[in-house]
Design a protein around this ligand. Structure first.
Ligand SMILES: N[C@@H](CCC(=O)N[C@@H](CS)C(=O)NCC(=O)O)C(=O)O
Length: 344
């Protein structure tokens, strides 16, 4: 008997943590349930990078990253405006996600191993292939980063850029005076007001932020690309459905571009007999329902926001002030790196 009691007690002790875990997960709402109950998505965004995410004259966020939040809101609510934005500095962004102040982080954030393993957050999929560069004054008269020995460089805290800069000086055996700032406005201002000779961050952001400088034409982006910066949206770890939904929202936008499905022709495309288009648009199969949304989720995204190429053109393309080359961000069918898996 004594032995039996001991055995049962041990069993209960063993079972308790498991039961505790089951109760918590059964009662805790998933991210998607919380978003639906709240009636809007909370999207972590930048502190203002033209083309990527910046408030317009009326204070509405707009840009390529903002469009991704709009796509998520469109898929969930059939309303791209059902998203609110929380502006976050580089050093605060992952903590804000981890502590559930936001549902998703969509703000020029590089995928690295330590971020993916260390902070309770998880990368979804690459929406922009970037690399770090250097912006300098033309008057400095340098042609490459390797000529920057002795220069003072402005960089934002908590960024991969800070770390890559250290690698760059090490591998090239040069000395730089590094000035770090806790948010992007100060970093950019630090450079523009002459506290630094060089501004370093992802090349796309240098191109965008340069437009906000007093004299944009006085500056030049050096040819060096000193790192890989695969950027994209982040979610919290432990919610597989939300993770899958967020990454497939990007894939849907890429697949729409690959198959020529646009904002303008979506109604026509709903009559398509192409099986891949039919699956994308939820006319066959039920991927949407498996992500916790409706089967016409991709139709909602394309109707309200457009395909990947359309949002790129709208915010970053040649007709915009940022005018970034599509480069690596072309689809794989056009010599680029974007390759979305099939819906089936
Ligand atoms: N991709 C880099 C970050 C790039 C970044 O955040 N750059 C700074 C300097 S421009 C920044 O604050 N960007 C503006 C913003 O997103 O608010 C990373 O993930 O660490």
């Amino acid at each position: 008997m004594k032995h039996f009691v001991k055995h049962v007690t041990a069993l209960i002790a063993l079972a308790l943590p498991t039961l505790g875990f089951l109760t918590t997960s059964a009662s805790a709402q998933s991210t998607l349930e919380r978003v639906k109950a709240r009636g809007h998505l909370i999207c972590g965004t930048s502190q203002g990078v033209p083309g990527f995410s910046a408030p317009d004259d009326k204070g509405n966020w707009t840009g390529f990253d903002t469009d991704f939040c709009r796509a998520l809101a469109a898929a969930i609510f059939n309303d791209p405006n059902a998203a609110k934005y929380v502006s976050l500095s580089s050093k605060d962004r992952l903590i804000a996600l981890q502590s559930s102040s936001i549902d998703v982080l969509a703000r020029t954030t590089t995928w690295t191993s330590s971020r993916d393993t260390g902070q309770g957050v998880q990368f979804t999929a690459i929406n922009y292939f970037d690399g770090q560069g250097f912006l300098v004054r033309k008057s400095l008269n340098v042609k490459s980063g390797k000529e920057l020995n002795g220069a003072t460089v402005c960089v934002s805290q908590g960024t991969t850029n800070e770390l890559n800069l250290a690698d760059f000086t090490r591998t090239n055996n040069i000395k730089l005076n590094v000035l770090t700032f806790s948010n992007t406005n100060e970093t950019a201002k630090g450079y523009d007001t002459g506290r630094c000779d060089v501004y370093t961050t992802d090349r796309s952001q240098l191109a965008a932020q340069r437009l906000q400088f007093a004299k944009p034409d006085d500056h030049i982006l050096l040819p060096d690309t000193i790192s890989k910066e695969p950027l994209g949206a982040w979610v919290r770890k432990g919610d597989d459905q939300w993770f899958t939904f967020v990454r497939w929202t990007l894939f849907a936008m890429l697949l729409a571009e690959e198959h020529g499905v646009t904002k303008a022709n979506i109604d026509e495309m709903l009559k398509s007999t192409n099986p891949e288009i039919r699956r994308l648009l939820g006319l066959e199969g039920d991927p949407g329902v498996q992500f916790g949304v409706t089967n016409d989720w991709a139709v909602r995204i394309i109707r309200h926001v457009g395909n990947y190429g359309e949002t790129f053109e709208r915010h970053l393309g040649p007709k915009t002030p940022v005018a970034l080359d599509r480069g690596l961000n072309k689809l794989w069918t056009q010599g680029g790196l974007h390759y979305a898996p099939p819906i089936r």
